[in-house]
Design a binder for this molecule. Structure first.
Ligand code: PLP
Length: 299
């Protein structure tokens, strides 16, 4: 499967600047965004064990759920097409008159779209049982299989144990759970919530951990959502353009720009100590920037 997807190499990019140097901070960005234009970033890791399980159990259809701009929906559609499995995407809300670029893309990749009213969508059993002959992946890929795949992410660094902090964006918390599971007891995992006031996240992460993770140090930051999910005020767009100009690092409006901003802010206000060795996971999601008008971003 991985051969068929023609994955590109994942590498770490060093972020250097005077004020980071003055604090003796090491900041590496793990560029998962580079592996594939559609199955970008963490989505492949969250899907891989589901795909192999579905194939092993003889399913020829995979069903999953998500919103109209969901990177998980786009990634699942593409991965299923490559694997030769039929995909059904249950999309939250009524069918809009104009489909989002994400849904257009998913449909072009052969995904069957089913629009589910917001009320029904809330009921996880309804989603799970809607297509009983198919293999079901929960909304956004939230699952122990997803966390298991995400455990492999830090394996793409040359020396993962050198880091004192692993920092990532949090949507469902699946990727973060995988990082916590992969972390040593001396490392701290910090998740940046991209939603306003989602206080259930810590519990959501904890539910994907095992007994061996009881001593692990992890926390979720709630102050960097910039107004809420996918909100992108001008100061965030400015930050993204500055980041591109300075380090040629592209970020997305939903997840990775807010994560990098949070790291800088926490270093400046000393919530992350000097001499920290930080690994930020660039979890991808650049296709989400397509919802912006032309010329807003420099990349
Ligand atoms: C989906 C996604 C996340 C969130 O991952 P979860 O495992 O749902 O927390 C983070 N970053 C990007 C770019 C994503 O597409």
């Amino acid at each position: 499967m991985e051969d068929k997807l023609h994955f590109k190499r994942i590498y770490t990019q060093t972020i250097e600047t005077e004020w980071l140097q003055a604090k003796h901070v090491l900041l590496h960005v793990l560029r998962l965004d580079c592996i594939h234009p559609v199955i970008s970033g963490n989505k492949w890791f969250k899907l891989k064990y589901h795909l192999s399980k579905a194939a092993a159990e003889g399913y020829n259809t995979i069903t999953t759920a998500g919103g109209a701009y969901s990177n998980h929906i786009a990634a699942t559609a593409f991965a299923c097409r490559t694997a030769g499995i039929h995909a059904i995407g249950m999309i939250r809300g009524e069918r809009p008159p104009v489909l989002s670029p994400t849904l257009e893309r998913a449909m072009a990749d052969g995904m069957q779209l089913e629009f589910i009213s917001r009320n029904l969508f809330r009921d996880k059993t309804i989603l799970q049982q809607a297509f009983p002959q198919s293999y079901f992946i929960p909304e956004g890929g939230y699952s122990t299989e997803g966390a298991m795949g995400a455990m492999e992410i830090t394996g793409y660094c040359s020396d993962p144990e050198q880091y004192t902090h692993l920092v990532c964006a949090v949507g469902t918390g699946t990727m973060m759970a995988g990082l916590v599971r992969a972390a040593t007891n001396n490392q701290k995992v910090i998740g940046i919530s991209v939603m306003r006031g989602n206080t259930a996240l810590k519990q959501q992460v904890a539910a994907l951990l095992g007994p061996e993770d009881l001593g692990k140090d992890y926390s979720i930051e709630q102050g960097y959502h910039f107004g809420g999910y996918a909100k992108h005020p001008p100061e965030l767009l400015q930050f993204m353009n500055d980041t591109w100009n300075t380090w040629q690092l592209p970020t997305d409006i939903v997840y990775t720009s807010k994560t990098l901003f949070a790291i800088f802010d926490m270093l400046k206000n000393k919530r992350l100590p000097p001499r920290s060795k930080i690994l930020m996971i660039h979890s991808g999601g650049l296709q989400g920037n397509l919802s912006l008008g032309d010329g807003v971003l420099l990349f």
